[in-house]
Design a protein around this ligand. Structure first.
Ligand SMILES: *Cc1c(COP(=O)(O)O)cnc(C)c1O
Length: 414
């Protein structure tokens, strides 16, 4: 380094190491004990050899660990590994996916700035932007997930951030990341993409021009439904200059234990995403042929309105979340039919989490999207007959049999 600043060591890996290899090995070199599995550093602070060294470290003249609100070796290993997978130079871990979005907004924006956001993003993201950031003078406009012209029309001179998520929950709508990046950059704004549903194993938004990537580590990065975690990936200089000072002052910190869980979870990310996506495609094809199913929403199906775009952005994969509408007439009958299919399962976990190796099943209209009014749900296309399945590693025959139980009964009643 030309600055003469003393930096932390790096793992030595070939420059062309592939994602699967980086997911196992990027991080920090092992400690003096040579452990092969990464150590868990559960410590709140770090000891310095003398007062002058401590002063240099706190003045940022020497990169070192000082206090785990903002520097910890296990958390740094997770950050370096995730940055390597996303193809960004920097990453900062946070306590949850939601605090990753909060940190991004607090780091990049100020009162008077404007955000353009898809109306189909995660519900808490809309609440955070509209209700919380709105109180601090940051205004947001919500536009169609798929209509690029609406994003363009919403741009203002004070627009600093475009926020997207693809595919969305639960209808798996796809946005054109490259088109949104062009609109953002032409207007002097940044594009952030929430990459929860695909993870970097399937989709790397920076390749399409995104500036920042949001992760809920709670989902596929952990992959086994154990912890709440989050991260922002992006250019190291911007993260250091704009996000790190907020993290240092505000403490939206990821605990080293949770970072270690996510770090180890990432080691199997690529094989899990592949196996879960394969099962999801098989399940989606089977559902599409079932007489008690009115419609299937899955980007891997040719019937999906943005199938070609999804295949281009997601490395040819539809990812692992499948939603479908059951048959029925009227909201009450649709809800009763959906509940009967969910309640007939013996394998799927009835829970709203996703990204778990255990397949989960949920009824969006009364759970994740229950806080919306019926009119808002209709506008978003979320009917009472909609069921979401986040496909895990259960055997595909068991999953089909699990859903057939309720669906066959519906078909026989119809
Ligand atoms: C779950 C989720 C979040 C929020 O993450 P938490 O870790 O629960 O805070 C954000 N975006 C998407 C797409 C999610 O699925």
């Amino acid at each position: 380094m030309s600055t003469g600043k003393k930096m932390l060591p790096r793992v030595s890996l070939p420059a062309d190491a592939r994602l699967e290899t980086l997911a196992l090995r990027e991080g920090l070199p092992p400690s003096q004990w040579g452990e092969n599995s990464e150590a868990l550093y559960l410590t709140s602070s770090f000891v310095h050899p003398d007062a002058a060294t401590a002063a240099r470290r706190f003045a940022d003249e020497e990169e070192a660990f000082t206090y785990s609100r903002f520097t910890n070796p296990t958390v740094l290993m997770m950050e370096r590994r995730l940055a390597a997978l996303e193809g960004t130079s920097g990453c900062i871990a946070t306590a949850s996916g939601m605090s990753a979005i909060l940190l991004l907004v607090m780091g990049l924006l100020k009162a008077g700035d404007h955000v353009v956001c898809s109306q189909s993003v995660f519900g808490s993201t809309i609440k955070l932007l509209q209700d919380v950031m709105g109180r601090f003078g940051i205004e947001s406009t919500f536009v169609s997930q798929t209509d690029v012209a609406q994003w363009q029309a919403a741009m203002r001179p004070n627009t600093k951030l475009l926020f997207a998520e693809s595919p969305t929950n639960p209808l798996t709508e796809i946005c054109d990341i490259a088109a949104l990046a062009d609109i953002a950059h032409a207007g002097g704004a940044w594009l952030a993409v929430d990459n929860c549903f695909c993870s970097p194993a399937l989709q790397q938004p920076v390749k399409f021009g995104a500036d920042f990537i949001i992760h809920s580590g709670t989902k596929y990065l952990d992959g086994q439904g154990r912890v709440i975690a989050g991260a922002v990936c992006g250019p190291a200089e911007l993260i250091q200059a704009k996000l790190m000072p907020v993290q240092r002052s505000a403490g939206m910190t990821l605990s080293p234990f949770n970072a270690w869980i996510v770090l180890k979870g990432m080691e199997t990310l690529a094989v899990r995403m592949q196996a879960q996506s394969e099962r999801a495609l098989q399940l989606a094809e089977w559902l599409e042929a079932h007489p008690a199913v009115a419609r299937v929403h899955y980007p891997g199906l040719k019937s999906h309105p943005q199938h070609a775009l999804a295949m281009a952005q997601q490395g040819g994969s539809g990812a692992a979340v499948v939603s479908f509408d059951v048959i029925g007439e009227g909201a009450d009958a649709l809800r009763a039919n959906a509940f009967s299919v969910i309640d007939a399962t013996q394998v799927c976990s009835i829970t709203t989490n996703l990204g778990d190796t255990k397949t989960t099943i949920s009824h969006p209209a009364t759970t994740s999207h229950g806080r919306l009014s019926e009119a808002q749900r209709q506008a978003a296309g979320i009917q009472q007959g909609l069921i979401r399945v986040a496909v895990g590693l259960d055997h595909i025959d068991d999953l089909r049999a699990d859903l057939a139980r309720g669906l066959d009964a519906l078909k026989n009643r119809a």
